[in-house]
Design a protein around this ligand. Structure first.
Ligand code: DAH
Length: 341
């Protein structure tokens, strides 16, 4: 074998044996096989050799090249295995009985309010239901007496999926399925996350929570609605809350109302949260439209019912004095960690 090649091989072997980690092996690969590596240089030098010697040398250098390549790959694999074994061993030395440095978490204010309202309604005989966040046009609009092209849809622009389904704009989207599931008589509440394509400010978010409620039975009237809402709000705020009813239009109730509560942040004097009106729109509600009962499989000659769509996010803001709705979705521990319950 050509002496130069032999020396190079010996030097390569020596250096490979001394390499102790993946970084060192990689450096060797560059030093010998890289663009400007020693073996590469030898191959390049062949152009100055001539005659039968050239072919022989070429074969020898190529053999050395394959040899070095294989040896480097093998060494890299060995080292990787050793490094992994070392990591596993180090992991085994963790003491899982040591106290954690992570501080205790807390419930989100909306979860807290949701649970509280659920408990109050459960104590009044309401079933608590869950429903999907992805719904179809029929459940979100058509079954609620909002046909295609109805102007009421303008208020509820949302996010559409490629398959035509959408993120629900209100918990009312579950009304039809729940009527069909239980039939009448029926008392149910169904909290849920809702979505709208909105510009955000202190009181608007594209993602928020509502809690819908329906009660259907013989002879249900507006008085029943007012009684349940007042009882629930007074329990939540632990005081007699001032409420007012204004007429409101929603295609799925007739008559429909807006139930407002006096702003608990400013005491009714006016602040950014209540848009300086002193009142917060908290709970639209009304008597369920006969078309909606019919689509839900309920005989509207025999049964009547009320429905309400409580703004759970707004309720949490009122209860805890949170001034900016965006804090609730921010994930900011500065705000959220204050709720240790
Ligand atoms: N789903 C309506 C909305 O988000 C709110 C609503 C109004 C719910 C009247 C109701 C109701 O149950 O009776 O805009």
């Amino acid at each position: 074998m050509n002496e130069k090649i032999e020396q190079l091989k010996a030097r390569f072997n020596e250096q490979l044996a001394a390499a102790e980690d993946s970084g060192a092996v990689e450096k060797l690969r560059v030093a010998f096989l890289g663009k400007k590596g020693e073996i590469t240089d030898l191959l390049k030098g062949l152009k100055d050799v001539s005659g039968p010697e050239k072919k022989e040398m070429g074969q020898e250098i190529n053999r050395l090249k394959s040899y070095a390549d294989e040896a480097l790959t093998q060494k890299a694999a060995e080292i990787k295995e050793k490094e992994l074994a070392a990591r596993v061993e180090a992991a085994e030395s963790y003491d899982i009985t040591l106290p954690s440095a992570v501080e205790e978490g807390s419930y989100h204010p909306i979860t807290l309010v949701q649970r509280e309202v659920e408990q109050i309604f459960a104590s009044m005989g309401f079933t608590i239901e869950d429903y999907s966040e992805i719904v179809d046009d029929y459940h979100c609009f058509e079954a609620l007496n909002i046909p295609k092209h109805h102007p009421a849809r303008d208020m509820q622009d949302t996010y559409y999926l490629d398959n035509g389904q959408l993120l629900k704009t209100h918990t009312s989207a579950a009304q039809n399925a729940i009527m069909r599931k239980y039939g009448a008589p029926l008392r149910a509440i169904f909290p849920g996350r809702c979505f709208r394509n909105e510009s955000t400010d202190a009181c608007h978010e594209n993602t928020f929570f509502q809690m819908e409620g329906i009660m259907i039975d013989k002879n249900i009237s507006i008085s029943n609605l007012i009684y349940f809402m007042k009882t629930m709000l007074s329990e939540v705020f632990k005081q007699d809350v001032k409420v007012r009813l204004r007429p409101g239009f929603f295609p799925f109730v007739e008559p429909g109302f807006e139930l407002d509560i006096s702003c608990l942040i400013c005491g009714g004097e006016g602040c950014p949260t209540c848009k300086n009106s002193g009142w917060l729109e908290l709970c639209p509600c009304g008597m369920i439209h006969p078309n909606v009962l019919r689509d839900g499989g309920i005989d509207s000659n025999e049964y009547t019912g009320f429905a309400f769509g409580l703004g759970l996010t707004r309720l949490a803001m009122m209860k805890y004095g949170i001034k900016d709705i965006r804090d609730l979705n921010s994930g900011s521990l500065k705000t959220l960690a204050q709720f240790k319950y």
